[in-house]
Design a protein around this ligand. Structure first.
Ligand SMILES: Cc1cc2nc3c(=O)[nH]c(=O)nc-3n(C[C@H](O)[C@H](O)[C@H](O)COP(=O)(O)O)c2cc1C
Length: 331
């Protein structure tokens, strides 16, 4: 990682459960060397008491942040220490996820109502690691959606020395909306995030929520330090092939979609040799040809064939061939 971590915050990919696993992150990293990647949220319970290795990643993924879910300062500190020892570049605390499961465990967005507890959690982690501890949050929860509510939260948490916040620019309704609805229904309020940066100019602030195009990113970056993109980076991953050039000013050729597939093949082969299933990886690649003629054939071929027990890289190559096969499909 030749630059300080803040350099890479200009563009980050949001933590997304089931989506931003290590296979997706490897795939994303092939297209962009600069993007800051986030893991899926991992709970302290999973790390401390779970059976698998929840901190596993590929070394190619750096710079890489681990997102933790939890609200017990000691458990979070223990996990942060383990993660730092494993080489993660940042620990991020989830104060934005509204799911019921998460509320019962008292973490995620409901913690916005307890800024001192969040500060205690951040402090406990900072005390045991040298890497940055950051917070991803919303602009409010339920009826607590005033600007002073948000600034009180930021004031209290930043008093620990935490200087990096990622703000999903909509509030969360903790009851009544599903997590999916909570990513769509509460309106986006970007000016509120801009205001926050003006009032806390010393903090590094990234905005998240609903960002799709480079034009939108450029507008946000006029006011803020970074943009975090979630669904668009997953559903239309080829956008990542231009991030280094357009957002970091790096002069390099843009990979073609076919080249991205080529670069994935050795990784896929390794995974298969280790007994892994093809679709564990290809499920993250189905959006690669989105928006071009034949893109649907790629998606369909993979979803019909990659789950089969003996599916190998020939499936990926055939799916790629189908993109350019004739007669041209409508898309
Ligand atoms: C499938 C999925 C899983 C998500 N999981 C997490 C998570 O683990 N932690 C988190 O902080 N946010 C999670 N989110 C929310 C995203 O990080 C992001 O805040 C949200 O999708 C808004 O950004 P976008 O409009 O660019 O997608 C998830 C979103 C999706 C679509």
């Amino acid at each position: 990682m030749p630059q300080p971590l803040h350099h890479y915050r200009r563009f980050s990919i949001a933590p997304m459960l089931e989506w931003t696993d290590r296979h997706y992150r490897y795939f994303a990293r092939l297209m962009s060397s600069q993007t800051l990647l986030y893991t899926e949220m991992v709970t302290t319970g999973a790390i401390l008491f779970g059976k698998g290795d929840y901190l596993e990643y590929n070394t190619e993924e750096h710079p890489l942040a681990l997102q933790l879910g939890g609200s017990d300062p000691q458990a979070l500190a223990q996990c942060a220490k383990l993660a730092a020892e494993r080489g993660y570049d940042e620990i991020n605390l989830n104060v934005g996820c509204p799911s019921d499961r998460v509320q019962n465990g008292r973490f995620g967005a409901c913690l916005m109502a307890e800024p001192q507890l969040v500060a205690d959690c951040v402090k406990a982690m900072q005390d045991v690691v040298d890497i940055p501890v950051t917070v991803k949050t919303r602009i409010g929860i339920d009826e607590q959606d005033s600007y002073p509510f948000l600034t009180d939260f930021i004031d209290t948490v930043s008093a620990t020395g935490c200087n990096t916040f990622i703000i999903h620019a909509r509030k969360a309704w903790l009851n009544g909306l599903s997590p999916k609805e909570n990513r769509e229904i509460p309106p986006l309020d970007y000016p509120r995030v801009y205001q926050l940066k003006q009032d806390f100019p010393q903090l590094n602030i990234s905005v998240n929520g609903g960002i799709k195009s480079f034009e939108e990113m450029a507008t946000h970056l006029e006011q803020l330090d970074g943009v975090m993109v979630g669904r668009e980076a997953y559903q239309n991953p080829y956008l990542l092939a231009e991030v280094d050039q357009r957002l970091y000013g790096i002069d390099k050729p843009t990979l073609t979609r076919d080249e991205v597939v080529d670069l994935m093949l050795p990784y896929i082969e390794r995974h298969l040799q280790q007994g892994g299933r093809l679709n564990h990886i290809t499920r993250h690649m189905t959006g690669l040809y989105q928006g071009i003629a034949g893109g649907r054939r790629w998606r369909r071929y993979l979803s019909e064939n990659a789950h089969k027990a003996d599916a190998g890289i020939e499936v990926v190559l055939a799916a790629r061939d189908s993109v350019s096969s004739f007669p041209p499909s409508v898309g």
